[in-house]
Ligand binder design. Structure first.
Ligand code: AMP
Length: 194
């Protein structure tokens, strides 16, 4: 099924995990800007060094850099029949950039999936992940900053997409499979109702 989706939610809400379930269900690739930045940083290339100077502090990588990277990724053949963007757009400027990118390709977003989660639950999850994966941006100080930035710059997106009538919100607290079935049911109901 060709479906163009955005996944949004606070850091630690389980977006990456749920993205896997959604991409399996719809057969579209997950495009995680955070994961692409981390891959470049591990490769030690120029984009990776630039991204790391922002990601390690929990700041957003500049829009021009991020927008260009996403546009190039959406031009890969596997994204022609749909995609799930995880972690992009993250501010209203990126919403406008994505609108323009899709308009240039004669397409539009089908649905924006919001995964909600209580703040203390996400901090606990992220500290647990820090212990397991050793991500540099999972220290408590940086985590708190990323959450504050989410409220300030990313949450306005949710109101924007809600007003467009494309927002589906799902409670992200619970077991992985339980949340995944909630997500799949909510997406099915929304897509069938259009
Ligand atoms: P994530 O894996 O989605 O938590 O992203 C990790 C980090 O990558 C973020 O804290 C930002 O520094 C950076 N990043 C990811 N997506 C974006 C974006 N859309 N715009 C700017 N920076 C981003």
């Amino acid at each position: 099924m060709s479906v163009r989706m955005v996944l949004v939610g606070p850091p630690g809400a389980g977006k990456g995990t749920q993205a896997e379930a959604v991409t399996r269900k719809f057969g579209v690739p997950a495009v995680s800007t955070g994961a692409i930045f981390r891959a470049h940083t591990e490769a030690g290339d120029e984009l990776g060094r630039l991204a790391d100077s922002f990601t390690s502090r929990g700041e957003l990588v500049p829009d021009e850099v991020t927008d260009r990277m996403v546009e190039a990724r959406l031009d890969q053949p596997d994204a022609a029949g749909g995609f799930l963007l995880d972690g992009y757009p993250r501010n209203l400027h990126q919403v406008a950039s994505l609108d323009a990118m899709l308009a240039r390709r004669g397409t539009a977003l089908d649905v924006v999936l919001e995964i909600t989660a209580d703040e203390e639950a996400v901090v606990g999850r992220l500290l647990g992940r820090a212990a397991q994966e050793g991500r540099k941006d999972d220290t408590e100080k940086v985590i708190r900053h990323r959450i504050a930035l989410y409220h300030e710059t990313t949450e306005p997106l949710i109101a924007e997409y809600r007003s467009r009538g494309v927002l589906v919100s799902v409670d992200g607290i619970g077991g992985i499979d339980e949340v995944a079935s909630r997500v799949c049911d909510a997406l099915d109901a929304y897509l069938e109702s259009r």
